[in-house]
Design a protein around this ligand. Sequence first.
Ligand code: FMN
Length: 189
Amino acid sequence: MKKILIVNASKRRKGNSYTLESKLVEELQGKAEVTTFHIGEKDVRACLACDACKRQHTPNCIQKDDYTALIPAMDACDAMLILSPVHWDQFPAQLKAVLDRTYSFMDFTQPDMSMATRKDKKVGGFFFAGFGPVDVYTNLIEANLKNFATAGFTSCKTHVAGNANVPGSIMEKPEDLKAADEMVEWLLA
Ligand SMILES: Cc1cc2nc3c(=O)[nH]c(=O)nc-3n(C[C@H](O)[C@H](O)[C@H](O)COP(=O)(O)O)c2cc1C
């Protein structure tokens, strides 16, 4: 069974990221081995930019916090699904902290700059925005998701669901739900 890592970057337990997570986890039962990481409840601090990780050939980070457990989970999964709100046109701060910390996977001695065990993994980013513009956000988020290539996630897909301020409203949006199912199918393929 494929190993899917779900990274949820929302703080709203009844919000749309959590609502979609519950639905997808249920749907994935028996189809994938799912691990969830709720960034909003974790302590992932900013990258120290100390370069200690550049003096070794493992993706470990000397700053010990909840990112420590995320390193092997990211390295061992087949695909990662990020569920997240848009905050001020971009990644919420805690998700950006996770992205910054994947600098620990960067290896300047490798042609592709990565020391990830596998470099053929997929990342899907399913984002929620209160307003939009959804097309602009899709491009911005995709540009950010591409940086997860350093951790071995070399293909990515993005979907932004707009008009999503009301907690749980995703359940009344058939087109966004269809996009979520298609993203999961792609991650499992
Ligand atoms: C700090 C903050 C910044 C936000 N910035 C934006 C924004 O720039 N554009 C937008 O469309 N919605 C913005 N929103 C609204 C959220 O993206 C929206 O409510 C989203 O659906 C929340 O997802 P969740 O329910 O999974 O937490 C912001 C919300 C917060 C709390």
